[in-house]
Design a protein around this ligand. Structure first.
Ligand code: SAM
Length: 285
């Protein structure tokens, strides 16, 4: 069964009376070429956690190469469909649940033991940032995260300092991984066709974080604060977010080697780590 064929997708819809739910981001991929690129980008991985199988098109492509694929789907209506489309595979397990609520650490441990796994997903766009943030901040045992995201999100995550795309999510990803764009994916390759183009983003997890900060949570708070009001200077953003007087905050920044009138988007991850490490001394006083 060629699950990338729009005709096959329509036949399955008719067989099960299935209608796409926009609210669940149900835009199904119809390109074998893109599926191959996603699977190839996982290199020598053997175990994959998939998010959102839909009719199972990426799930099947993964299962052809992997030892085991565990796939989390929120929409109950798809469970019967997936039994039909993926019934011939004995290395796929479908788990019904919301990826934002499931205990992913326990799921990975129960299904894959002590091994590291990779995540593959064609994510609904409205949950892209929360899912990526969760996968990274929870420090799950992952090798790679390969996700289809809105083109603009892929550009934001791979952006350089001082560009308009550079933001908190860029730095969060840089802290934990090496990001790259695997391929662009035009909207025409999905049914139903979304309004925006996509890209496959690969996040290769680093063996240790890119910079060392004394308090990781504080570093992320500093980064979020710096981008909370893009038109304001770093000094003003920091004063709004932390209970520190302006002259003291100015000193913290200057001692970290940062001119207080700079804007958050001009700072590198390293510079944010210096600010965070200087701030911690004052907060602890
Ligand atoms: N993997 C299929 C493909 O590539 O054609 C379908 C991708 S479709 C963009 C997104 C899938 O994620 C849908 O099957 C949808 O029901 C599912 N989904 C949406 N929100 C979810 C959530 N919070 N947790 C798990 N799955 C979710």
């Amino acid at each position: 069964m060629d699950l990338t064929s729009p005709r096959v997708i329509r036949d399955i819809q008719n067989k099960f009376g299935f209608t796409f739910k926009k609210g669940l981001g149900q835009n199904f991929l119809t390109s074998r070429d893109i599926l191959t690129k996603i699977v190839d980008s996982l290199e020598n991985e053997t175990d994959v956690l998939e998010i959102g199988p839909g009719f199972g098109t990426l799930t099947a492509a993964l299962a052809e190469r992997m030892d085991k694929v565990v796939s989390v789907e929120l929409d109950d209506r798809l469970l019967r469909v997936l039994e039909y489309t993926l019934g011939d595979f004995d290395n796929i397990k479908i788990v019904r649940g919301d990826v934002l609520k499931l205990d992913l650490r326990s799921l990975i441990k129960d299904e894959f033991g002590e091994k590291n796994v990779s995540v593959a997903a064609n994510l609904p766009y409205y949950i892209t940032t929360p899912v990526i943030t969760r996968l990274l901040e929870e420090r799950l045992p992952l090798n790679n995260i390969v996700v289809m995201v809105q083109k603009e999100v892929a550009e934001r995550i791979t952006a350089s300092p001082s560009s308009k795309e550079y933001g908190a999510i860029t730095l969060l990803c840089r802290y934990f991984c090496e990001p790259s764009i695997v391929t662009a994916v035009p909207a025409s390759l999905f049914v139903p066709q979304p309004k925006v183009d996509s890209a496959v983003l690969k996040l290769r997890l680093l063996p240790k974080s890119a910079v060392s900060a004394e308090d990781e949570k504080l570093l992320f708070r500093v980064i979020k604060a710096a981008f909370s009001q893009r038109r304001k200077t770093l000094l003003n953003c920091m004063c709004s977010a932390f209970p520190v007087a302006k002259d003291k905050m100015s000193k913290i920044l200057t001692e970290a080697g940062i001119e207080p009138s700079r804007r958050g988007e001009t700072l590198s991850l390293d510079e944010f780590a210096h600010v965070s490490d200087n701030l911690i001394k004052i907060l602890r006083q």
